[in-house]
Structure formats: structure tokens, C-alpha cells
Design a protein around this ligand. Structure first.
Ligand code: NDP
Length: 489
């Protein structure tokens, strides 16, 4: 593909903006210049918020029926599906992820958009008739207003689709700031939304750096709600920004999930689940099962199998259909991952596989890496590595497994492998995370909400709960008939 150039998309127009120039994106898998994105400024954000406000207050979108909004969203889903290969290739070029996972992301985006379309038709409130003589209360559900969305680089099209169609289904108007590394698919999907019939100004995209445009957007007084996905550090900055104007927010942040394997699990499936848990999307995944806990009685054999299968994973060109692990997002991130691997070795974890940067100067590749006998005091047990690096810790009892799994600042997801329903439910109930999966890993569906606890944030993405984030209830209490005076003077 040739180098793509993107400008802001504001009020239904492609605009140069007040920016200083362009952010150049080079492929993390070889260095070719793949895209240029306009470098936005706070003025561009002001324009986008103004356009969204006008579309929300005066435009047709929030006033359309749920059916009409659903029709537009379903057309958008069709267009994303029809552009599957092109969008997937953009993700591969900009993110460095293997093509088969990029296609899965686009399929996920289609499913999320269709599900959001169905929710547009189900937006409903409730009625109370049991609150006293002559009184009826209507709880109506309304669009929250103009929403600011900030997305990260690991799943650009997919995470966008966990937010944008849900906001649109509710009747909101959107200003989106995609990651500075991977803004292409946001502009492509905004253009497809316009082609699907979305009115001008409802979906605006401004590219640029987080510290300038992201910060200005999330602190903007013209915003009614902020939905953010990214690091815990930036997430807390975003919450500080929103609190200035008492704006509601939802922040989906990092994770350090446990993947717990009991001796009575289907061990073949659990080995595959261990690989999927940590190597999916190059390990650049907030719900990675990056801490593997294995019951001692099966640990030696099980870990040997995980190592043996991981040794066969193909690291390299993300466009190769057989590649399992592509390139990490940039040089700095590769250096961070490599640094944490060095720390793991220095702190005494047992390196069972990999451990090195791969591919020389051709790209930002890192070998599939496994550490055994990782202790809770070690840095690699605690820090989110966000790369293809697995920590393995052995445990004896259910009690140990729960204690070790919960020994983290994060609480996004956890995974349990056992054929015993008693073990699964006992452990699942005691895990402190918004999401628990048993006998599967990094699985899901548009109907199922994702949320974090502790350092993984708060608020919901996807599902009915994710949709309701973009709405608010209004209570309308009506009195009919004679009303007894309160001050009969
Ligand atoms: P960030 O949290 O910095 O970036 C996420 C998004 O926030 C990007 O669009 C970024 O913009 C934007 N942003 C940055 N600063 C601000 C700000 N002050 N106000 C508003 N928005 C801002 O993550 P990084 O890309 O720096 O990744 C660092 C680490 O975060 C990773 O190593 C990983 O541990 C974690 N992470 C977690 C993700 C998840 O899915 N939960 C996703 C990505 C990262 P820009 O990129 O343009 O600067």
C-alpha cells in the first residue's frame, strides 16, 4: 500500500486544521513510512467540540427514531465488512500485529456495530404507578450529549468500535482522539460512517499527541462524558481533567491478569490457553493472561509443554499468514519490554524460553519469552509488560491460587482452567476483577460488558451496561387529579 495521508474530520469535512504539520507513522515491522496524520492543536479540538455540540443540539441525529439510527449503524457495519481486508492491512501496517489477528479485529468491529444498532432500538425507560395516589413517574433514558473518546494503539479499530457505535446508538455526538501511532482506521471508519448516512458533525476525529489534543479534549468544558482506554497513569490524568468540570468518565486501563491452571483441567486446551493468553496481539493486550499459575502436581509437565509449543511460534513479518507474533508498537516500547526481561533475569526468575530482541534493525520484534519460578516480589510479577513475556508461578491449593492472583494493583480480567465446577465457581467468586473466564481465554461477545476494578479503572465497555454509559436517566414525576395542600393556611 502507498503512504496514506489523513487530515482531521470535523463537521463532516476533511480539514487541515490549525496544526503544525504531520505525524509520520513508520511501520514497526520494517520502518517504511505508511501514514501521515495531521498534528492537531487545542484549536482543532475546540472546532470539533463546537461541531459536535451543534450536531447534538440542532442536528437530526439525536431526534431520529431508534430504527433510523439502527439503519445507519447497520449500513456502517456492512461497509466495515466490505472493507475488511483493506482495514485489516491498515492495522497491520500501523500496529505491527499479525494479519490473522487484524482480520479478527475487523470482524469484531462489525459485530460490535451491529449489536450497537440493535441497542438503538431498545433504548427505553420505565414507569412507576405505585408511588401514591394521582402520581405517575416516567424514567426516560436520554443521550448523555457530546462525548470525548480517547483510544490506544493496540486495537485501534476494535476499541474504537467498543465506544463509537454505542455512543451513536444512544444519539450522542462524538469527538475521537485516536493514538498518535495508529490513527488511520479511525479516519477510515469515520469516512465510512459518513457514507452510511451519518449526519455531519456527529462523528469528529482529531489526530495528534495525547499531551496536547488528548489533554485539551478530556479537560474541555464543552464535553458531557469521557470514555478512555489506555495506561493507568494517563487514565488517572484523564479523571483529574474530567473532575475539573464534574464530567462523568469511564476509564479502561491496564491489567496483569492471572491464568490459573488446576490439575483437573483439560490440559491440552489449557496449554493453548496459556499461549493465547500471553502471545495474542504480540502480548500488547490489556486482558493478557500474562501471569500463569500452575498447580504444582502438574507443573513440570505442563510448563514443559507450554515452552515446547511456544518455541515453535513464528516471530516476524506481520503480513505473513503464518506469523504468530509481529512487531511491537515502537522502539521505545520494545526497549521497555527488553528492560523488564533483563530485570526478570537479574531478580532471579528462571528464563525458560527466549529473552532476546529479535530481527535486528528490521523491526521492533521480541522473542516469545517465558520465565518460570516467578515470585510475587519480582518486578515482572507486578508490572504490566505489554509484550510477549509470560511469568509462571506454581501453587498448591485453591487458597494459594486466589491469593497470588489477587496480589496485584490491577483488576481487569482473570482466567481459570478446571473441569470441576465447584473449583471454577469458588475461585471465580473470589477473584477481584471485572471479568473472569473459565476454560477459555480472551474470549467475549458484544453483549458482554468489560469493566475493571482497582488500578484497571471503572465504567463499562460493550453490552447493555456499556451502552448505558452513553445515556442518562431523567425522572419525570407527574401528579394528576386533586392534590392535598401541604400548607393549608
Ligand atoms: P497512553 O495511556 O499514554 O495512551 C492511550 C491514549 O491516551 C492515546 O491516544 C494517547 O495519545 C492518549 N493520551 C496520552 N496522554 C494523554 C493525556 N494527557 N490526556 C488525554 N489523552 C492522552 O498509553 P501509551 O500508548 O503510552 O502506552 C503505555 C502503556 O499503557 C503500555 O505499555 C501499556 O502498559 C498501557 N496500555 C494499555 C492499554 C489498554 O488497552 N488498557 C492500551 C495501550 C497501552 P497518544 O498516543 O497520541 O500520545
Amino acid at each position: 500500500m502507498s503512504t496514506r495521508s489523513y487530515h482531521h474530520f470535523i463537521g463532516g469535512e476533511v480539514v487541515d486544521g490549525a496544526g503544525r504539520g504531520a505525524i509520520e507513522r513508520r511501520s514497526p515491522a520494517g520502518g517504511r513510512l505508511v501514514a501521515r496524520y495531521a498534528e492537531g492543536t487545542p484549536d482543532d479540538i475546540d472546532l470539533a467540540v463546537e461541531a459536535a455540540r451543534a450536531a447534538f443540539e440542532q442536528g437530526p441525529w439525536p431526534r431520529m427514531s431508534g430504527l433510523q439510527r439502527a439503519e445507519v449503524l447497520n449500513r456502517l457495519a456492512d461497509l466495515i465488512r466490505d472493507n475488511r481486508e483493506r482495514l485489516a492491512r491498515i492495522e497491520v501496517e500501523e500496529v505491527g500485529k499479525p494479519i490473522r489477528f487484524a482480520r479478527g479485529d475487523i470482524d469484531g468491529a462489525v459485530g460490535l456495530t451491529r449489536y450497537a444498532a440493535s441497542l438503538a432500538m431498545q433504548m427505553a425507560g420505565s414507569v412507576y404507578t405505585n408511588i401514591g395516589a394521582g402520581k405517575t413517574a416516567l424514567l426516560t433514558r436520554e443521550a448523555v450529549g457530546v462525548v470525548a473518546l480517547v483510544t490506544p494503539w493496540n486495537f485501534p479499530a476494535l476499541i474504537l468500535s467498543q465506544k463509537v457505535p454505542f455512543a451513536l446508538a444512544a444519539g450522542c455526538a462524538v469527538v475521537l482522539k485516536p493514538s498518535e501511532f495508529t490513527s488511520g482506521s479511525a479516519f477510515e471508519i469515520a469516512a465510512l460512517a459518513a457514507e452510511a448516512g451519518l449526519p455531519a458533525g456527529v462523528f469528529n476525529v482529531v489526530s495528534g499527541y495525547g499531551a496536547t489534543v488528548g489533554d485539551h479534549l478530556t479537560a474541555h468544558p464543552g464535553i458531557d462524558f469521557v470514555s478512555f482506554t489506555g495506561s493507568t497513569r494517563t487514565g488517572s490524568r484523564v479523571v483529574a481533567n474530567t473532575s475539573r468540570h464534574l464530567v462523568k468518565s469511564s476509564v479502561e486501563l491496564g491489567g496483569k491478569s492471572a491464568n490459573i491452571v488446576f490439575a483437573d483441567a483439560d490440559l491440552e486446551a489449557a496449554v493453548d490457553g496459556a499461549l493465547m493468553g500471553v502471545f495474542f496481539n504480540n502480548g500488547e493486550c490489556c486482558v493478557s493472561g500474562s501471569r500463569l499459575f500452575v498447580q504444582s502436581s502438574i507443573a513440570d509437565d505442563f510448563i514443559a509443554k507450554v515452552v515446547e509449543r511456544s518455541r515453535r511460534l513464528k516471530v516476524g513479518d506481520p503480513f505473513d499468514e503464518d506469523t504468530d507474533i509481529g512487531a511491537l508498537i515502537d522502539e521505545q516500547h520494545l526497549a521497555k519490554v527488553a528492560g523488564l526481561v533483563r530485570t526478570g533475569i537479574e531478580e532471579g526468575a528462571e528464563l525458560a524460553l527466549g529473552g532476546k530482541v529479535a530481527g535486528g534493525s528490521a523491526g521492533h520484534f521480541h522473542e516469545a519469552t517465558i520465565f518460570d519460578r516467578v515470585e510475587p516480589g519480582m518486578t515482572i510479577f507486578r508490572e504490566e509488560i505489554f509484550g510477549p513475556v509470560l511469568s509462571v508461578t506454581r501453587f498448591e491449593t485453591v487458597e494459594d491460587a486466589v491469593r497470588l492472583a489477587n496480589d496485584t494493583a490491577y483488576g481487569l480480567s482473570n482466567y481459570v482452567w478446571s473441569k470441576n465446577i465447584d473449583t471454577v465457581l469458588t475461585v471465580a467468586k473470589r477473584l477481584k476483577s471485572g471479568w473472569v473466564q473459565a476454560n477459555t481465554v480472551i474470549d467475549g461477545a458484544p453483549q458482554l460488558p468489560l469493566t475493571g476494578v482497582k488500578g484497571s479503572g471503572f465504567g463499562y465497555e460493550m453490552g447493555q451496561a456499556g451502552f448505558e454509559e452513553f445515556t442518562q436517566l431523567k425522572t419525570l414525576l407527574i401528579h394528576t387529579g386533586p392534590r392535598a395542600p401541604v400548607f393549608p393556611v
